[in-house]
Design a protein around this ligand. Structure first.
Ligand SMILES: O=C(O)CCC(=O)C(=O)O
Length: 251
């Protein structure tokens, strides 16, 4: 009986992962209900996927200045790093338009990320400032490009700059209730807290028969922004790419 339940659960999970992979969108509430044992996590953790949490990465004043600047530039559901483009189906948040003022305000955060992660600035995608209101959430998803799918392989962004190896999320405010970033497989949820930085790995290296190493989606990185239940949630998301901006893979 227990085995049957476990098998049923892993079948459902496999089906869900396929669904995410296809980039279609399943019912978010149903997905959220599947992590009842998720525990709140505060501190620095190394687990699978590799997840690190650092408190005090941003000073309180830096957080409030970023929120103040971004508040003036909010656009609903915009999903790319230019603050232009189409609505993101899986995310119910608004994204701030990246005006020169906001880009300047983000510079210290980006500088600190390059030092922490040991990568040049050219490997950071444009940082996005996102705001979720009550009920706002981001469905279970992967940040890495699925390069083994036809769509992923032809993705211009992926060809220029390569895979998204890491995600960093800086939380700009405390959220009274909800809004945790949850990892499905690790059963961990990181609570939003002003100044806290979360970094996790999205991709794992695989060597192909031709001897080339490519980074594939790390399936353990399946994660979501859980619904905000009270207050608002402000974050800055910055992806770290495999190669500097615009650089194509060597032939
Ligand atoms: O809002 C969150 O906590 C998660 C955001 C996220 O998953 C992302 O930007 O990829």
């Amino acid at each position: 009986m227990i085995q049957r339940i476990q098998r049923g659960r892993s079948d459902r999970l496999a089906a869900r992962e396929r669904t995410f992979d296809d980039d279609s969108h399943s019912d978010m509430d149903v997905c959220f209900q599947t992590v009842p044992n998720t525990v709140a996590f505060h501190g620095i953790l190394e687990t699978e996927p590799h997840v690190t949490v650092i408190d005090g990465f941003l000073a309180p004043l830096e957080c409030s200045e970023l929120i103040a600047k971004a508040s003036l530039q909010r656009r609903s559901g915009v999903s790319n790093d230019l603050g232009t483009g189409s609505e993101s189906k899986g995310r119910s948040s608004s994204t701030a338009l990246r005006t020169p003022g906001l880009v300047r305000a983000l510079a210290p955060l980006r500088q600190r990320l390059t030092e922490l992660l040991g990568v040049p600035e050219a490997r950071l995608e444009g940082s996005m400032v996102l705001c979720y209101e009550v009920g706002g959430a981001y469905r279970w998803h992967f940040d890495a490009f699925n390069l083994s799918s036809v769509r992923g392989a032809s993705n211009t962004a992926a060809r220029h700059g390569g895979q998204r190896l890491l995600t960093s999320i800086a939380y700009l405010n405390d959220v009274p209730e909800g809004g945790e970033t949850a990892f499905f497989h690790a059963r961990r949820a990181i609570a939003p807290k002003a100044g806290r930085l979360l970094v996790f790995r999205n991709a794992v290296p695989r060597t192909a028969p031709d001897g080339r190493t490519r980074f594939e989606v790390d399936r353990r990185s399946l994660h979501a922004g859980l619904p905000v239940r009270a207050g608002t949630k402000w974050i800055v998301t910055t992806f770290v790419r495999e190669r500097p901006r615009g650089m194509e893979e060597e032939p």
